[in-house]
Design a protein around this ligand. Structure first.
Ligand code: FAD
Ligand code: UDP
Length: 375
């Protein structure tokens, strides 16, 4: 008999399993995929760690979380600085003095501010003091029309499959606007990529824990649940309840990966394609996550992945929860059911239906483990 059955070997399940096992609990971890690490999974292809489910850059300002992950790997000093490509133009992200200089030839923060104010004026007048109600209003009131139309609209509408005017404003709040020449995408204090990839980090978390791969909870639900006193479920909460109140909405992705016989394809780990006409949102060149710090390419081939956003239907991978008001209200109904469970805990991006980054998931898993295991 196990103390815990953990459904999902992603970061939430693996951190919880590690903490429980460390405290002497007997834990069984299952995953329906053929590997551990969930969406953070990396696979070594001829010396290059390929991020199989999209670019994963670790960043946090939470020292406890940073110290926690650093137990399992050395992190390099990779700094995410994606390039946005709009037709033949290349811009630096996040929106900073380099972007503004390239867009408008402004050279000082005062000139950039004046240009942004001019661009925002129309939208601010339209809002007349009220808060932006959707992503389009948020973007136009933050950076104005030129940046919105070249760098936000096409990308966002591809990514989410909806018009910007029908998307929640919070999605764009992740993108900082800076009046300095600084292409570091994140504002966080700590950032990096684990040397050797993420999979070994999770394997270390799970060392000494029984793991069964290719095992879907729903295919042997009662037999598996009978093996443990409690279940930690990190899959989709609506699927757990057999979609009783209806489906939550997700966004899925299709990845197209190529191994190319050249050293350097695009000179950067991430290039976003922001125009609507190109069907993918970004091309990731994986070697730059780990070799960038050492000043260049060290293998004679390179692996690149195009990321195509696609609609989600049952059976597809639910990469992104769609946290708008409608879905959050539906999630609240599932959460109310979950709160009545005595022997099931829900966690992670799918169990909590939240657009979480890795550091959020680790912080939540540590808090969950503390509450559960230390009372
Ligand atoms: P997951 O990683 O989704 O793990 C859940 C696991 O449960 C999966 O392995 C799944 O197979 C398994 N499972 C589900 N249902 C069942 C079932 N019925 N039976 C058995 N197993 C089941 N975060 C960052 O911090 N930085 C980034 O740069 C970043 N980039 C991202 C890019 C993309 C394209 C995506 C999709 C996410 C990105 N994230 C990033 C977010 C990050 O992936 C998540 O925060 C984190 O991996 C979530 O961990 P988790 O354990 O909650 O879920
Ligand atoms: N975004 C954009 N243009 C870009 C990159 C991002 O408009 O070139 C917007 C888009 O709405 C996206 C959001 O910013 O959904 C967050 O993007 P990010 O890459 O930070 O998040 P991720 O997709 O990795 O979760």
């Amino acid at each position: 008999m196990f103390d815990y059955l953990v459904v999902g070997a992603g970061l939430f399940g693996s951190v919880f399993a590690h903490e429980a096992s460390k405290r002497g609990k007997k834990v069984l971890v299952i995953d329906r995929r053929s590997h551990v690490a969930g969406n953070a999974y990396t696979e070594n292809v001829g010396g290059i760690n390929v991020h199989k489910y999209g670019a994963h850059i670790f960043h946090t300002s939470n020292k406890e979380v940073w110290d926690y992950v650093c137990q399992f790997a050395e992190f390099n000093r990779y700094t995410n600085s994606p390039i946005a490509r709009y037709k033949d133009e290349l811009y630096n992200l996040p929106f900073n003095m380099n972007t503004f200089n390239h867009m408008w030839h402004v050279k000082t923060p005062a000139e950039a501010m004046a240009k942004i104010d001019e661009q925002r004026a129309e939208e601010l007048a339209k809002l007349a003091g009220r808060e932006p109600a959707n992503l389009e209003e948020q973007a136009l009131s933050l950076v104005g029309r030129d940046i919105y139309e070249k760098l936000i609209k096409g990308y966002t509408e591809k990514q989410w499959g909806r018009k910007c005017s029908e998307l929640p404003a919070f999605i764009i709040k992740r993108l900082p606007v800076r009046m300095v020449f600084d292409n570091n995408y994140f504002n966080d204090k700590y950032q990096g990529i684990p040397v050797g990839g993420y999979t070994q980090v999770v394997e270390k978390m799970l060392s000494g824990v029984e793991v069964r791969l290719n095992t879907d909870f729903f295919e042997q639900r009662s037999a598996l649940a009978a093996e443990a006193k409690k279940v930690l479920f990190t899959g989709m909460i609506d699927e757990y309840y057999d979609y009783r109140y209806g489906e939550l909405e997700y966004r899925s992705l299709r990845f197209e990966t190529e191994d190319l016989p050249q050293e350097n394809y695009q000179g950067n780990a991430v290039v976003n394609y922001t125009e609507a006409e190109i069907p993918y949102t970004r091309i990731v060149e994986h070697k730059h996550f780990e070799f960038g710090c050492q000043g260049g390419a060290t293998t004679n081939h390179t692996v690149v992945t195009r990321e195509y956003p696609v609609g989600w239907k049952r059976g597809d991978e639910p990469y992104y929860p769609l946290n708008d008001d409608k879905n959050n209200a539906l999630y609240a109904k599932y959460k109310a059911l979950a709160s009545q469970e005595r022997n099931v805990i829900f966690g992670g991006r799918l169990g909590m239906y939240k657009y979480y980054d890795m550091h959020h998931v680790i912080a939540e898993a540590l808090a969950c483990a503390k509450k559960e295991l230390e009372g």
